[in-house]
Design a protein around this ligand. Structure first.
Ligand SMILES: Nc1ncnc2c1ncn2[C@@H]1O[C@H](COP(=O)(O)OP(=O)(O)O)[C@@H](O)[C@H]1O
Ligand SMILES: [Mg+2]
Length: 262
């Protein structure tokens, strides 16, 4: 019943996980009564690990990510994270009246970075997401892909060790998404962050992750998981990526058939 933020720096101990979920369940009460969405989920994300959480629409992926983010509480079980996680969604949620740079600076201000440092740090983060020069641009001047880059920079500005991503590239065209997959892989390798990335797209899950965790539907349970030991950088059309995706898709189809919807 608890979300705890473990502070590694304070205990000076090496943490063995970036996130730990122990027997987590979540129910919602609606007009039809109580509705079990997540059932007894146990899952660890190791420090520096990239895990994708894959499942059909409505299986509870966002619910699970919100619990890890501490935005909601589990009905049963425990969630522990190494510090407060950063979050990134499908919708960029940038403030349209602020420039790209100021959107990032806002996140820096919220974590107490002094005003003299904020500008330089924002410029650095824009450089990291390959948007050098976009500091003064307003949100409406940026393409969808650029907005998600700013949203990623803003999430990185929180200086969390765990990044939670909820279908962040789902609304982008395939080419832009490909480029952002490359960027995310590069940034993950450069920063050593742990990432828990939610998607319903099997190939995206395999393209990005070291480990793919498949959730079943109604209720969401861990159905299967796969270690992906294909070297990075991968391409979504690489043969080993396609072959593993096919295998996972078959299992996912079985799950969907069992529950009668996608
Ligand atoms: N706040 C809520 N109250 C009631 N039901 C909810 C709430 N949030 C999510 N649900 C239900 O939980 C299920 C899983 O939703 P969600 O986590 O958004 O799935 P996914 O992200 O995998 O598509 C859905 O049936 C949805 O209607
Ligand atoms: Mg969702």
């Amino acid at each position: 019943m608890a979300t705890t933020y473990a502070k590694a720096a304070e205990t000076a101990e090496a943490v063995e996980y970036a996130a730990r979920l122990e027997h987590v369940s979540k129910s919602f009460t609606g007009p039809g009564g109580r509705h079990l969405v997540l059932d007894d989920i146990s899952l660890d994300v190791a420090p520096g690990e990239f895990v994708t959480l894959l499942g059909a629409s409505g299986c509870g992926k966002s619910t699970l990510l919100n619990l890890v983010a501490g935005l909601d509480q589990p009905s049963a079980g425990f969630i522990t994270t190494d510090g407060r996680p950063a979050l990134m969604f499908q919708e960029h949620a940038l403030f349209p009246w602020l420039t790209a740079g100021k959107n990032i600076e806002l996140a820096l201000r919220l974590r107490g970075v002094g005003s003299s440092e904020r500008r330089a740090r924002a410029e650095e983060l824009l450089e990291l997401v390959r948007l050098t020069g976009a500091y003064g641009k307003r949100v409406h001047e940026l393409s969808g892909g650029m907005r998600q880059r700013v949203a990623l920079a803003r999430a990185l500005a929180q200086d969390s060790r765990l990044l939670l991503m909820d279908e962040p590239f789902a609304a982008l065209d395939a080419i832009t998404r490909d480029v952002l997959h490359d960027e995310l892989t590069r940034i993950w390798e450069e920063t050593g962050l742990s990432v828990l990335f939610v998607t319903h797209n099997v190939r995206e899950a395999v393209r990005l992750a070291q480990r793919v965790v498949l959730l079943s539907s109604r209720p969401g349970r861990v159905a299967r998981e796969w270690t992906v030991d294909i070297p990075q950088p991968r391409r979504i059309e690489d043969k080993p990526v396609a072959a593993l995706s096919l295998k996972i898709t078959e299992v996912l189809r079985g799950e969907i058939r069992r529950h009668g919807r996608y």
